[in-house]
Design a protein around this ligand. Structure first.
Ligand code: FAD
Length: 154
């Protein structure tokens, strides 16, 4: 199995799209991520996986906090901004949840404190203890086979 076959195969797993944010010394940094999963109900835990070349990695290690913002169908541009797919800098205004930066318009905003981190290969898994959640009823942005999609009614 080569790298391309592995990436192509993993891309067949349809996911939502999130933007992870953190804040260090008053600066908010965000990154698009789909490696996100709910881990435990009691206590409430989630996990994210951050590549070792991502600038946000050391920021989360230092700040010990992050938020997960599950994007709505109309937020593809936001995803592209925080994935570096739109190169020109854009001003993004952040709301606050439990004092942590979150994205307005997201379907779900999850505020977390880092409760553990595990380096696995070229990624770091952060376990987040959920400190607050905000939920809206909207359609999600979907990512499948390397492309943004929307849910369609069958
Ligand atoms: P940067 O390259 O510094 O930031 C990314 C972009 O966000 C830059 O253009 C920057 O200008 C912008 N930005 C950051 N903060 C702000 C701000 N406050 N205001 C305005 N703009 C800002 N990588 C992973 O490690 N794990 C994943 O699970 C993952 N899933 C992905 C899923 C999808 C659908 C996509 C498209 C990409 C995914 N990536 C993932 C790749 C990751 O999003 C990119 O590699 C990203 O560019 C790396 O971010 P960085 O922390 O190095 O930040």
């Amino acid at each position: 199995m080569d790298d391309r076959q592995f990436r192509t195969s993993m891309g067949k797993f349809a996911t939502g799209v999130t933007v992870i944010t953190t804040e260090l010394d008053g600066d908010v940094h965000g990154m698009t991520a789909n490696a996100f999963m709910s881990v435990s109900l009691d206590p409430k835990l989630v996990v994210i996986s951050i590549g070792d070349r991502a600038k946000i990695l050391n920021k989360i290690k230092e700040s010990k906090i992050f938020t997960v913002n599950i994007l709505a169908a109309d937020q593809q541009e936001i995803s592209m901004i925080f994935a570096g797919q739109i190169k020109e800098p854009r001003e993004v205004v952040f709301d606050r949840l439990d004092g942590k930066p979150v994205l307005a318009g997201a379907i779900v905003q999850v505020a977390c404190e880092v409760s553990a981190e595990h380096i696995e290969g070229d990624h770091t898994l952060f376990i987040g203890k959920v400190t607050d959640i905000h939920l809206e009823e909207k359609e999600p942005l979907v990512f499948f086979n390397g492309k943004y999609r929307a849910l369609a009614e069958v």
